[in-house]
Design a protein around this ligand. Structure first.
Ligand SMILES: Cc1cc2nc3c(=O)[nH]c(=O)nc-3n(C[C@H](O)[C@H](O)[C@H](O)COP(=O)(O)OP(=O)(O)OC[C@H]3O[C@@H](n4cnc5c(N)ncnc54)[C@H](O)[C@@H]3O)c2cc1C
Length: 284
């Protein structure tokens, strides 16, 4: 199928973007890398009359340390994040997760902001941002808002972004020397969306882990924190007995949605396998 006809605009300033969004309302869509949006247009899942290409907004580019945060501009591509020395140093979870996103051609065009705004529950960036306790920065005609990742993902492909707003950046607290993180996912083929995935962070305190955050991908309508399992692991050394308890806790805690080829039982089992692998590796 081909997309329905649409107009295409490439504004040079964010004020022009706001004016276009105000003028066209529901008929307009913001386009960044186009790697998700164009597929939905071609399948006629969405038929906007105007595409507003934001890739001319240089202010939305770049990856930089600002104070105690790593700020990643909405237009940073998956490849730029994957190859950034700042990301490797200050947010290594993202560097671990990046190679799991699609294929090189898609990573070269797809963006950080597009992925977070789209909020696919099986996507890597939303899960990592949540695991890292990050913040989403959005801007609209009324000004800027900062939304904790914990409050941003509201439902299936639904976020706290309001009509007329644009996601401009995501911010992540800089990793401290005691930072630990791990990422793992299972996909049918390399580059496919995850069947189940897991992003985790904590602080090392001797052999123990503290402030544990575990986010599951592909099990619910949003990336989901496994709060009971986090609480069980918090302050403990992830030895074999603790990991067994954590596996049992996670499998009780999550209630995965099925997909076309995997039952909830299969996903629950796979989630436990991933958790076991990640936290066993945390001991080394
Ligand atoms: C074959 C294939 C495999 C893929 N596999 C994966 C995968 O394994 N993991 C994964 O995470 N992704 C995967 N993707 C999706 C890819 O990562 C996309 O790049 C990403 O989801 C969207 O980024 P984009 O810049 O292309 O956004 P676009 O496609 O341009 O936009 C996506 C949505 O976000 C909105 N949007 C974009 N930018 C902004 C902004 N700054 N502010 C407000 N709204 C905005 C758009 O209006 C649209 O609704 C895959 C895509 C393809 C085609």
């Amino acid at each position: 199928m081909k997309a329905a006809a649409f107009d295409y605009v490439k504004p040079a300033t964010i004020e022009q973007v706001f004016a276009l969004l105000q003028e066209h309302g529901d008929e307009a869509r913001v386009m960044a890398g186009g790697q998700t949006l164009l597929a939905t247009l071609n399948m006629r899942l969405s038929e906007p009359s105007v595409l507003i290409d934001i890739t001319g907004l240089d202010a939305l580019r770049g990856i930089a340390v600002q104070g105690q945060h790593l700020r990643i501009g909405a237009l940073a591509t998956h490849t730029e994040i994957e190859s950034s020395p700042l990301v490797a140093r200050h947010a290594p979870l993202l560097a671990q997760a990046a190679p799991h996103i699609a294929h090189r051609a898609i990573r070269n065009s797809g963006t950080w902001g597009g992925s977070i705004a789209h909020a696919d529950p099986a996507a890597e960036w939303p899960a990592c941002l949540l695991a890292l306790g990050g913040t989403v920065v959005v801007r609209g005609p009324a000004g800027e808002r900062r939304i904790a990742a914990d409050d941003f993902f509201l439902g299936l492909y639904t976020t706290a972004l309001r009509a007329g707003e644009v996601l401009i950046a995501g911010e992540i607290p800089l990793a401290r020397p005691d930072h630990w993180c791990g990422f793992s996912e299972l996909a049918r083929r390399r580059g496919d969306y995850a069947i189940v995935g897991l992003a985790a962070c904590a602080r090392r305190a001797g052999t123990a882990l503290q402030d544990v955050r575990i986010v599951m991908m592909g099990v619910g309508p949003t990336p989901m924190r496994a709060r009971q399992t986090e609480a069980l692991l918090d302050g403990r050394t992830p030895d074999a007995a603790t990991i067994e308890q954590a596996l049992a806790c996670l499998r009780r805690e999550i209630d995965p949605l099925p997909d076309l080829t995997h039952t909830p039982q299969t996903k629950r089992h796979l989630a436990g396998v991933l958790l076991g692998r990640l936290f066993a590796a945390a001991q080394s």
